[in-house]
Design a protein around this ligand. Sequence first.
Ligand SMILES: C[S@@+](CC[C@H](N)C(=O)[O-])C[C@H]1O[C@@H](n2cnc3c(N)ncnc32)[C@H](O)[C@@H]1O
Length: 252
Amino acid sequence: MTSHRWDPAQYLRFGDERTRPLVDLLARIPVDARTVVDLGCGAGNDVPPLRARWPGAAIHGVDSSEEMIERAQHEAADARTTFEVGDAASWRATGDVPDVILSNAMYQWIDGHIDLLPGVADQAGAAFAFQVPGNQDAPSHALLRRTAAECGVTGYRSIDVRDPAEYLERLTRPGWTVDVWETTYLHVLQGPDAVFEWISGTGARPVLARLDGAPRERFVERYKAALDEAYPPREFGTVLPFRRIFAVASRA
Ligand SMILES: C[S@@+](CC[C@H](N)C(=O)[O-])C[C@H]1O[C@@H](n2cnc3c(N)ncnc32)[C@H](O)[C@@H]1O
């Protein structure tokens, strides 16, 4: 389970940019679905693209954050959409086999998730698909680690993301067709401290959760300054290159 709380409002500030990879993932899932399970479903923002892809499907969202599920139930519940607080690391399909199991931007938070993937795929009747950010070596994350070390923050949780080839190898088994790729989006973010605002809704949360009061202010000030240098604001906005890794495994 995640050890830090999620803030749905902060996370959803960049809703369009965060949803885009899901739309691109869905476009490559080559099956019809009557039942879909969304692991790490978040605040309900996955539902519109899922509905657009499979209008009649029953959608079941699972997320370990009570805050995210509460928001999803409030914003996105309809007669064919259900949500559950649960840990994707131990989640098992109960009852009917879902046609599709998918996950957008969640597996990076489960250490060693690569070992879970074939077992999750086996629980899907037709396809298993996921997307994870591949930006752990980007300046935003290198500066996060450096500033955290300078401010004496240690022992915080870091993300686990593997090479695309590893995902391909692990999911390729008899009877499965596997499609793995990566994309770097050039997000153009608006407003002051745009990259800080983006990352404080996701990757920087484990560090921020360890800080309070003056030490937190010191960290935020240094990190914002470092990000500002690495991602200078331009007239049209601040460009954040963001690499993402996609995998779709479907049964032949
Ligand atoms: C970056 S958000 C992605 C949310 C949504 N899928 C989207 O694309 O906008 C990651 C989500 O994964 C959830 N999460 C993290 N670890 C989890 C776990 N072990 N089991 C279930 N959900 C988890 C978090 O609570 C959070 O809502």
